[in-house]
Ligand binder design. Structure first.
Ligand SMILES: *Cc1c(COP(=O)(O)O)cnc(C)c1O
Length: 370
């Protein structure tokens, strides 16, 4: 059975445009870009658009997405950007050219597996500079592990070091944090007696330093996903208005209306709990024109993050498979069978692309971005 809606339309030309704006700006500062495809579940055409725009590698946190793109014929090299588990090591060697690391035991297992498969593999060792996710906290230990890779693990090529910021700990990338990374690079280089290839300064949030021209010289690699895929976090959440060289309407989610009725906005009766076991607090907006879409939290995660393309439409709420819109103030009269278009937030994109029953359509138009 092939479903028509929900439909996700992917503008490959806009994605290529975003990627090339970012690649060009980074290149001007001596920075290579790893294009991160995990936000769209590794759609191969999206990966190819990034390659066409000049990214140096493709990165994903998930091996399956790297396998998916390789099988679709998208050339790498591929970097696994979630530190791998011991159970994943054979596939990391088989499918990836490079990976990020923070555990000596995994690096040792990777060496043994490389020997078994007669392959070499590049590694980036991660430091934690305060975001409290992955990476060495103890920098003496990190230098020791780098020396161990260099001296004792012949199948591994210590390509460089890296950091992640602005994720779970929401720590802002700053020139100071980047200088801390460069100081650590100097220590590692002194300990191994050669230069490192890669100093990887972070993700989309670190692109701000490129945009503002405050990135310290020496950071030569960023791993960028969201800013290519959606261009939204820095423009809308950070409020960086002069980043409007990036399109935010790269992906369009189209949903079908299955009910339109005039109803109260406040539930009637004794309130207990909703479908997810929560006890929401409702606001009484009076009588509304309410439209139900044939999609829900199972398709988009947090429905409140959806961005309706049309003025006068707001998302009221959702359960797993129903999403309710307030269309009271919409300029057109919405009827059953009509469709409604949305731009997506990153979390919406992660959910919707992971579903097998959403109809994904890639278009390669050359229209000017707006
Ligand atoms: C997800 C991720 C990225 C890319 O993050 P964006 O915010 O989408 O640019 C980069 N590095 C690592 C380690 C990641 O997990």
């Amino acid at each position: 059975m092939d479903r028509i809606f929900p439909r996700l339309t992917v503008s490959l030309s806009k994605l290529r445009g975003n990627a090339s704006e970012i690649v060009t700006r980074c290149a001007a500062k001596g920075i290579d870009v790893c294009g991160v495809i995990k936000g769209c579940t590794g759609i191969p055409q999206v990966a190819q658009a990034m390659v066409d725009a000049g990214v140096k590698q493709l990165g994903s946190s998930r091996l399956e997405q790297i396998v998916r793109c390789r099988r679709a014929g998208v050339p790498g090299p591929y970097a696994l950007i979630r530190i791998p588990g011991l159970s994943e090591v054979p596939d990391v060697v088989r499918w990836c050219d490079m990976s990020l690391h923070s555990e000596r035991a995994v690096l040792d297992a990777l060496e043994a597996e490389c020997a078994r498969q007669d392959k070499s593999h590049r590694v980036i060792v991660m430091v934690d500079l305060g975001d409290i996710r992955e990476g060495f906290w103890d920098q003496d230990e990190m230098v020791e592990v780098c020396v161990h890779v260099e001296r004792d693990l012949p199948h591994l090529d210590l390509a460089g070091i890296g950091v992640n910021l602005g994720c779970v700990g929401s720590v802002q990338p700053t020139p100071e944090k980047m200088n801390d990374l460069l100081a650590l690079r100097d220590r590692v280089e002194a300990a191994i007696g050669r230069k490192l290839d890669i100093v990887s300064g972070g993700a989309t949030s670190s692109f701000t330093l490129v945009h503002w021209d405050t990135m310290p010289q020496g950071i030569n690699h960023l791993r960028i996903g969201e800013n290519i895929l959606l261009g939204k976090d820095l423009q809308l959440e950070w409020g960086i208005e002069d980043m409007n060289y990036l399109a935010m309407d790269t992906f369009t989610l189209t949903a079908e209306v299955v009910e339109v009725k005039t109803k109260p906005s406040y539930p009637q009766g004794k309130l207990c709990m909703d479908a997810f076991g929560h006890k929401p607090v409702y606001t009484d907006y009076g009588i509304q024109r309410r439209a139900i879409l044939a999609l829900g939290k199972a398709d988009v995660g947090d429905e409140k993050a959806l961005l309706p393309r049309e003025a006068g439409i707001t998302v009221w709420g959702a359960s797993s498979d129903h999403c309710i819109l307030d269309v009271t103030h919409c300029g057109r009269e919405i009827k059953v069978g009509d469709t409604v278009d949305f731009s997506l937030a990153y979390s919406n994109l992660v959910y919707v692309t992971a579903r097998e029953d959403v109809n994904v359509v890639c278009v390669d138009d050359c229209e000017v971005k707006n």
